[in-house]
Design a binder for this molecule. Sequence first.
Ligand code: 9MR
Length: 522
Amino acid sequence: MKKAISLLLASLLLLAACAGVQAEGKAMLYQSNFTAGTDGWVARSMGTAAVEPVEVNALKVTGRQSDWNSAGRDFDLIPGVEYALSVQVRQDDVDSADFMISVAHSRGGVESYENLAFGTAEKGKWTLVSGAYTPDAYDNYILYVETTGAPTLDFVMRFFRIDAPQGTAEAANHPDLEIPMTTTENGEIPSLKETYASYFDFGTCVPGMQARNAEAMAFNLTQFSILTPENELKPDSVLDVAASKRLAAQDETAAAVHFDAAKPLLDFCKKNGVKMHGHVLVWHSQTPEAFFHEGYDAGKPFVTREVMLARLENYISGVFAYMQENYPGVIVSWDVVNEAVDDGTGKLRKSNWLNVVGDDFVNRAFELARKYAPEGTLLYYNDYNTAILGKQNGIVKLLESLMADGTVDGYGFQMHHEISFPSMQAIEACVRRIAALGLRLRVSELDIGIPSTSEADLAKQAKMYAEIMKLMKSVSSQTDAVQVWGVTDNYSWRSDKHPLLFNADRSPKPAFLAVIRPEAVQ
Ligand code: 9MR
């Protein structure tokens, strides 16, 4: 398996390196992955230094006697083109050491040098060295990686990369353009969260049972930087109907909450410093019917608008108070309201909320969430089928009204897609339209269904994942997270459609590799 993954990954990388990567006006021209040896890099010294491939995808430089003793390679650079240069370096011997990418060029037989990119590597840490270079005209160019003030230090380098012509600064700012690896039971595979670290969080939902599975959670920790309880923060898990009923005998507005179902994941996130996205405070579904009725008795009449708003306030304030007391800082963002817009009409869908509170229930919920959420918590409206125009119009209208109130931070695109629907054009159009409102964005529940696990379907699925990731990278400055809705196909809410990135044994599917390197997918 490990070999198959490395081969797949290597071929994707090779593809990217050979063909060049076109994305948002910038292109990766070259990348050394050291998968097949030294990739043409040679030792530069008076004969003492040596280079050898080591570890996974890295090249070690030893036997150095001067700072310029290094690994170097010829490059066919074009004068006047602005290149972005970057490499990851690591040294394991001194507290910190300064590194540079330099160029040795010659004109008329005379060699001269420039230092182009800089970085300081603390002991044992992979460190990005990056910078830009617009060459003058020379006969040849050798790019090399050297130290400053550490002439005999051994070091290791990986992912030497050149980008051109536009977007060079942006490329250099994104160390994720290299592929960090992580060790799993299936061997070394790249890490989604590290690959996207400089763009946005990469997350998943976690079902309650999985949060109790140490092995599964150890894997999740290597791949994801933000987690969402799949069901355990929904009102039917959180509202304590029995306790609320007891309290309602004295006070109809009471709303008691408890977090027994969500605790394992909350504890995991708190312990491991992983962010959580809360899902969801107000929803027409998975909400006890009793919430809306007198005495918390579904057999009795609905409560009044005033009582319902007061219950909502007690519910929301109760949730935030508990989190603040027990898990401060863990939940960084919330879906305040989920799926309020009707598929057919684009108006608010029929629900107990609409019925009991009225057509401002979304606005009121956001107002209350804003009132009780700790400062800095991002408040999201979350919905599906955003790519379908009628619904999209309704969503935009709702968002505009929340923006006028000043209570919403962002929009969550669920993106439960099929390879056949919706089209990428429609998906791109809806993302751009909502991005243009100026809101924060997240892909909250990404999965892409396929009819079979044939090679052809898996490839189509991979391509759609790649297209979506490229799209979200293009709006990364507004985007907080991309989250898949589950880890392995077998635990997906629609496992019959094999919609996720990992097989049941957590081995990566082609879609995973496509998410890691979307630009390499043709
Ligand atoms: O994945 C969730 C599944 O386990 C539940 O049975 C289902 C119940 O409605 O909810 C699923 O999650 C939904 C999410 O909360 C909101 N958007 C649609 C998701 C998929 O149905």
